[in-house]
Ligand binder design. Structure first.
Ligand code: UDP
Ligand code: MG
Length: 320
């Protein structure tokens, strides 16, 4: 690589929530990757790891602090409380001043060898490099299938996102600045990135087992991410409600017509049960529809209040 060339500063942003067991493994592996890239002259020696402690209740922050005192490559910010993976990631992306960011999970499920390929793509002129999983065989059966179903539902609802890509990606400063202009609270980062445009490409890798600790994404958080993803990127559910309303009304109209004809023909309508079934069915459809409307209205409420998404409580930088 040309040594006169300006070398970009890389910041590897790692959200951490109760990652006490995985932290050291993660730090050493990523540190090694960065050191190799610096030695190869692909990135500036000011490149670093930026750990975002998402309000952990274990000693994750203490570990970040002590790592930062023993290595200049390690930096950290601590959020005032647990805000969830997406917000923690955004906090890190907003905090860093680097020329390039790569976001990655702390559990090393995403193969760190892809980082070098991402940097190479950056040097080829790409602004966004998506890390895409080649297989999910290391995930549990449940996780694999719910994730698959999630992608299916999302694409049916018209949400444009890269299949098998989570939040392992490189962003150039240009792409990052564009992303940071999206000021939404209802955050689903992997749905926003494809919207911003710029030159992008994929890098493939195999997803591994979590190095240590348990998943911090229980079903409840996964469902909440799915709802955020759908409601922040698609209004199709609202249209589906209108469509469903139309279909049910047309059916009801014909049933009414049949009932009148039957009456005129002298047949009495025997069918208290069928009326009740219809009633309950309609009640169900209406409650469901109101629920979907509620989901959107709730999110509008959150956006309108425009509350700050996070607060940085501490950083490892003495100048902050
Ligand atoms: N995470 C976070 N805040 C949370 C939950 C998770 O910062 O409230 C981080 C977590 O520490 C990890 C990443 O998000 O670095 C992905 O979480 P995890 O690996 O547990 O999710 P999974 O891979 O099981 O979907
Ligand atoms: Mg994981």
């Amino acid at each position: 690589m040309n040594s006169n060339k300006y070398l970009p500063i890389l910041s590897v942003v790692v959200p951490c929530y109760n990652e006490s067991k995985a932290f050291l493994l993660c730090k050493s592996e990523l540190q090694e990757v960065i050191e190799v890239l610096i030695a190869k002259g692909k990135i500036s020696h000011e490149s670093h790891l930026l750990f975002v402690d998402d309000g952990s209740s274990d000693d994750t922050w203490e570990q970040i602090m002590s790592a930062s005192t023993s290595s200049l490559l390690v930096k950290g910010v601590k959020l005032s409380r647990n805000k969830g993976h997406q917000i923690a990631l955004k906090a890190g992306l907003q905090y860093t001043k680097a020329d390039i960011t790569i976001s990655i999970d702390a559990d090393l499920q995403d193969d760190t060898r892809a980082i070098e390929s991402m940097i190479d793509k950056y040097h080829e002129g790409y602004d966004i490099v998506y890390g895409v999983r080649e297989n999910r065989s290391s995930d549990t059966f449940f996780k694999r299938n719910t994730a698959h179903l999630f992608y299916k539902v999302m694409s049916l609802l018209g949400v444009n996102q890269i299949e098998q890509h989570a939040d392992y990606r490189l962003l150039s400063r240009k792409a990052l600045n564009a992303f940071l202009k999206y000021n939404e609270k209802n955050l689903y980062i992997r749905g926003i990135i494809p919207m911003i445009g710029f030159k992008s490409c994929h890098v493939y890798y195999n997803r591994k087992e979590r190095v240590a600790g348990e998943s911090k994404y229980p079903l409840k958080k996964m469902l909440s991410l799915a709802f955020d993803g759908i409601t922040s990127l698609s209004i199709k559910p609202l249209r589906l409600i209108s469509f469903l309303g139309l279909v049910v009304s047309v059916i009801a109209f014909f049933i009414g017509l049949i009932a009148i004809i039957q009456k005129l023909l002298g047949h009495t309508i025997d069918g208290w049960a069928s009326v009740m079934v219809g009633l309950f069915f309609m009640g169900g459809v209406q409650l469901l529809s109101i629920g979907v409307l509620g989901e959107y209205i709730g999110r509008i409420y959150v956006e309108v209040k425009n509350r700050p998404s996070f607060f940085i409580e501490k950083t490892t930088d003495i100048h902050d």
